[in-house]
Design a protein around this ligand. Structure first.
Ligand SMILES: NC(=O)c1ccc[n+]([C@@H]2O[C@H](COP(=O)([O-])OP(=O)(O)OC[C@H]3O[C@@H](n4cnc5c(N)ncnc54)[C@H](OP(=O)(O)O)[C@@H]3O)[C@@H](O)[C@H]2O)c1
Length: 257
């Protein structure tokens, strides 16, 4: 198998949730690889900072302020991309949130926020990207940044609805793969499932636990770039090869069940 990113050079990628952590690292690497990268998040100042760091690269970053929990803002963002950048070739559904909440006492509002961003927002962005790919006859690639929590339950407090949302992403990945295959589409879909990565999503509640302190002490944690390396591998596969699921965990991880 010959791995190459050449066919994506100069093409348009969309990365959601690129204002920090894994999404920012993905956007940075894609710009370095020569792509036109539209990045969506609520904190536009962070996106602008990233753009200014990447000015000397062959690709370009295009910041768009958008709240993935609001359909109208996602649609507006895709309209802008279509009018200003051209056909979408890659969508990375990375935006994700965890509002710590139990299943016995959590609020409906907090549960809805998690599902709205991690499941519905991801599905709206996917639908819009697929429509654009079909219209432009692009054999593109949809990548969901899932989680180990999409495959098993975790021994971490107050992540029940987050776990349910990521199990939803696992189901959506296979359902979309089948839907595309049955329609004769050559668009690829991949789920990348990280274990623990050192980013802002880890709440102070989690960071203050003894388990987490041990994790840091023993370096049982990944960096965002470890996930980006996996994403570049997935994108580099030849047109007939689809990596369906890529789970990336730090060596020694034990928090899953
Ligand atoms: N860190 C881990 O251990 C880990 C493990 C497995 C999977 N993941 C997954 O990796 C993905 C990236 O998370 P991360 O770890 O890099 O955390 P992070 O640094 O907190 O990044 C989350 C990103 O999602 C964006 N986001 C959240 N809510 C949004 C909304 N309503 N609208 C638009 N953007 C929104 C944030 O942007 P704004 O706040 O600026 O909007 C931010 O850019 C998530 O899907 C997460 O579930 C993380």
């Amino acid at each position: 198998m010959v791995l190459s990113m050449d066919r994506w050079k100069g093409k348009v990628a969309v990365v959601t949730g690129a204002s920090s952590g894994i999404g920012a690292a993905i956007a940075r690497r894609l710009v370095e690889q020569g792509l036109q990268v539209a990045v969506l998040a609520r904190r536009k100042d962070r996106l602008e900072d990233l753009r200014s760091q990447l000015e000397d690269q062959s690709g370009k970053l295009h910041p768009i302020q958008a709240d993935i929990s609001k359909e109208e803002e996602i649609l507006e963002a895709f309209k802008w991309i279509k009018q200003n950048l051209g056909p979408i070739h890659i969508l990375v559904n990375n935006a994700g949130t965890n509002v710590p909440a139990t299943l016995s006492e959590g609020t409906t509002k907090d549960w809805t926020t998690i599902l709205q961003v991690n499941v519905i927002g991801l599905s709206i962005a996917t639908r819009e990207a697929l429509k654009d790919m079909k219209e432009n006859k692009v054999n593109g690639h949809i990548i969901h940044i899932n989680s180990v929590a999409g495959h098993q339950t975790l021994k971490i407090p107050r992540v029940g609805m987050y776990t349910a949302s990521k199990h939803g992403v696992t189901a959506l990945t296979e359902s979309l793969r089948l839907e595309l295959a049955l329609n004769g589409s050559k668009v690829k879909v991949t789920s990348i499932s990280p274990g623990l990565v050192d980013t802002e999503i880890l709440s102070s509640e989690i960071k203050n636990t003894e388990i987490f302190k041990k994790i840091i002490e023993n370096k049982i944690i990944l960096n965002p770039d470890d996930i980006v390396d996996g994403l570049i591998y997935v994108l580099s596969t030849p047109p007939h090869v689809q990596v369906h699921e890529l789970m990336i965990r730090p060596v020694g991880e034990t928090y899953g069940s």
